[in-house]
Design a protein around this ligand. Structure first.
Ligand code: NAD
Length: 300
């Protein structure tokens, strides 16, 4: 079997289009422009790239983008004061603090200082609790993007066996919770899991969020299973020339694609969905803040 490639780049474009349509409607019918504030502390190059592309796409869908760049040695109270100001600002519907933060800042404290209604990353402890109890919440962007692709490909996920490899707070755990909320039978595997290959072989859906290049080979994958590769790993690519690199996922693409029913590529799979879902969460937060109907198909 040769797997269907789930084109995250194309799907993300349709999500952004839906967001743009809803933003235009909010402006036209209610005079409201959704606003997303992104806070970056320090000059981590990868974070700078993410923040730039988030800002660009926010503007492209018609929303306001507010970027706050702070020095690497910004004291915690200064950052918390900025968050308090953004919490109180009615033009700001979503707040995202780019992680990781410099070591002297307490990430949990900072994230939990964000108004949960504006927490478009879905990392605030209140949103984690709401998601865990199946209530309306802000849902972390990467797992939300994976869920949207799975629902689009399969329709209902009820009764499917899902294995999530990785138990991080930003991907693995919320992903497992979303799949459970959609009535999958969910296993969370991690670095201490015994017989990982056998665990994965039982899965109709495999979500790999490990951070280890090409760790999952094709012979772990059940015939026809759906493989969602969250990993983004940069590896050396001497075949492209000296000092060159390329991006790979956490699954070995060629061998997995040979047995899977469907698979997301890296790049062009989960990655583009993450920013699209950030925009979706911002428009959702704006609608909720104004007691207006939420756009359909953009939330869990
Ligand atoms: P993390 O380091 O916080 O968590 C990794 C998890 O993998 C841990 O729970 C650990 O138990 C598990 N693990 C480690 N080694 C393992 C092994 N040998 N067998 C089984 N499990 C093992 O990472 P994260 O933040 O969840 O990110 C995971 C990957 O997803 C990374 O490659 C990251 O770059 C990528 N990522 C992509 C996006 C996106 O937008 N596509 C977003 C976030 C993260």
């Amino acid at each position: 079997m040769s797997a269907t490639v789930i084109d995250g780049k194309a799907f993300a474009a349709t999500v952004r289009e839906k967001v743009a349509i809803h933003v235009a409607r909010l402006k036209e019918e209610h005079g409201i422009t959704p606003g997303l504030a992104v806070v970056l502390v320090g000059e981590d190059p990868a974070s700078q790239v993410y923040v730039r592309s988030k800002g660009k796409m926010t503007v492209e869908v018609g929303m306001n983008s507010y970027e706050h760049k702070l020095d690497i040695d910004t004291p915690e109270d200064v950052l918390l004061a900025l968050i308090a100001k953004l919490n109180a600002d009615p033009a700001v519907h979503g707040i995202l603090v780019q992680l990781p933060l410099p070591k002297h800042l307490d990430e949990d404290l900072v994230i939990n200082a964000i108004d949960p209604a504006k927490d478009v990353d879905g990392f605030h402890i209140s949103n984690v609790g709401l998601l865990g109890t199946g209530q309306k919440s802000m849902v972390p962007c990467t797992p939300l993007g994976c869920l949207m692709m799975l629902r689009d490909h399969h329709g209902a996920l009820s009764g499917m066996n899902a294995v999530v490899i990785g138990r991080s707070n930003i991907v693995g755990k919320p992903m497992a919770q979303l799949l459970l909320n959609d009535s999958c039978t969910v296993t969370i595997a991690h670095s201490r899991t015994k017989d990982l290959p056998d665990v994965v072989r039982g899965a109709d859906i495999v979500v790999a969020a490990v951070g280890r290049p090409e760790m999952v080979p094709g012979d772990w994958i059940k015939d026809g299973a759906t493989v969602i590769d969250v990993g983004i790993n940069r590896i050396d690519a001497p075949e492209k020339g000296e000092g060159k690199t390329r991006l790979v996922g956490d699954v070995h693409y060629e061998s997995c694609a040979a047995v899977a029913g469907a698979i997301t590529p890296v790049p062009g799979g989960v990655g583009p969905m993450t920013i699209a879902c950030l925009l979706a969460n911002t428009v959702t937060a704006c609608c909720r803040a104004n007691n207006l109907a939420e756009p359909e198909g953009l939330t869990a």
